[in-house]
Design a protein around this ligand. Structure first.
Ligand code: KG4
Ligand code: ZN
Length: 337
């Protein structure tokens, strides 16, 4: 195992956040995130605009991360970057930067899987015990992951169509809300009645999820109601948001409870952008009390995309000697566990 101070410079650029972090011996010294506002008006991330924004942001973001950490580039031990999955143009910007940085300073390179990093975000502050069960819910993925060790993970099940975050964002778009709609649905839901409107829960086998059904049923529901009253959505925004959120959380929690019970695991966490959702955070806390789980909920800045989680994953990979060589290239899709 390497000795002395280990400073990892981490780069995340898989979607619409340009982020850099410095991790010293497994502790976060800085975590700089530039969120791209350019996508708001399009109702979703526009890949080409994301790549261009990463190009503009990457150097200042890395500079800021080094300055915040008080670590110079000559003190960096290794460079970690998101290799997959994500938008290929966005990934390429981070990968090229990381490779150039590593090449120029003759540093080792570490390729990180974004979904593994979302899970390991839990190890930035807490140290969950193994076996650890993680529900990872983001804009692109919905997975139940069994972690036997930091780098030994198994995806027990995932969505067969839309991700939970995508369902939040698409419903938000139908309601006329800007992208990303998840946080806005969360906000409106806080003041609404979750039982006012009923939406169907998908019945999937094993640990699989499906969110395309709820999206379609909200679409038809809104179309029908808007024929009667064109302002239906605006007038009932809080109750619609609360009811949709309630249904999505119920689907997520049902599978998490099933996995916890069947595998008899008591150390359980949520990760990914949707784990910032206040309803989901409350639901897992309540389940923890009811079933005697030790529950792990990341701080908000470690829920959505950030380089600190890439850095902590890079740190564990570095300790294991799991390094990449200069021929490594990013991939849009990648299985990992
Ligand atoms: O993990 P993340 O930042 O990016 C991906 O890897 O996809 O997740 C982004 C997703 C978006 O769909 C966004 O709407 C959702 O997380 N999200 C939320 C909340 N905050 C972010 N969804 C529901 N409630 C929130 N508070
Ligand atoms: Zn993510």
């Amino acid at each position: 195992m390497p000795t002395g101070t280990i400073n990892i410079l981490a780069i995340e650029s898989s979607c619409d956040e340009t982020s850099a972090a410095v991790i010293q011996n497994g502790k976060v010294l800085s975590n700089t995130i530039a969120t791209q506002k350019v996508h708001e008006r399009y109702g979703g991330v526009v890949p080409e605009l994301a790549s261009r924004a990463h190009m503009q942001n990457i150097v200042p973001v890395v500079d800021a991360a080094l300055a915040d950490a008080g670590v110079s580039k000559n003190e960096i031990t290794a460079v970690a970057f998101t290799q997959a999955p994500g938008l290929i143009g966005s990934l390429l910007v981070g990968a090229c930067f990381a490779k150039a940085f590593a090449q120029a300073l003759n540093l080792p390179l570490i390729a990180v899987h974004h979904m593994q990093a979302h899970v390991l975000a839990h190890f930035i502050e807490d140290k969950p015990e193994f076996p650890f069960l993680c529900l990872t819910v983001s804009g692109g993925h919905t997975q139940i992951v069994l972690c036997r060790d930091h780098l030994n993970m198994e995806v027990l099940g995932e969505t067969i169509d839309d991700a939970a975050g995508e369902a939040f964002d698409k419903v938000a778009k139908m309601l006329g809300l800007p992208y990303p709609g998840g946080p806005l649905i969360d906000k409106y839901a806080a003041g609404g009645d979750p039982l006012r409107f009923k939406f169907p829960m998908s019945e999937m086998k094993d640990y699989e999820f499906s969110f395309s059904g709820i999206k379609t049923s909200v679409l038809y529901f809104l179309q029908a109601q808007r024929k009667i009253d064109p302002d239906f959505a605006e007038k009932n925004m809080k109750d619609i948001c609360a009811s949709v959120q309630h249904t999505i959380i119920n689907m997520l929690m049902a599978k998490l409870r099933k996995a916890a019970k069947e595998l008899n695991i008591k150390h359980i966490g949520i990760a990914g952008g949707v784990s910032a959702n206040s309803g989901l955070r409350k639901a897992i806390k309540e389940a923890g009390e009811k079933y005697g789980w030790q529950v792990y909920i990341p701080r908000f800045e470690y829920c959505t995309d950030n380089a600190a989680m890439i850095g902590i994953t890079g740190y564990y990979k570095f300790l294991k000697g799991d390094l990449a060589d200069m021929s490594v290239s990013p991939t849009a899709r990648a299985t990992w566990a």
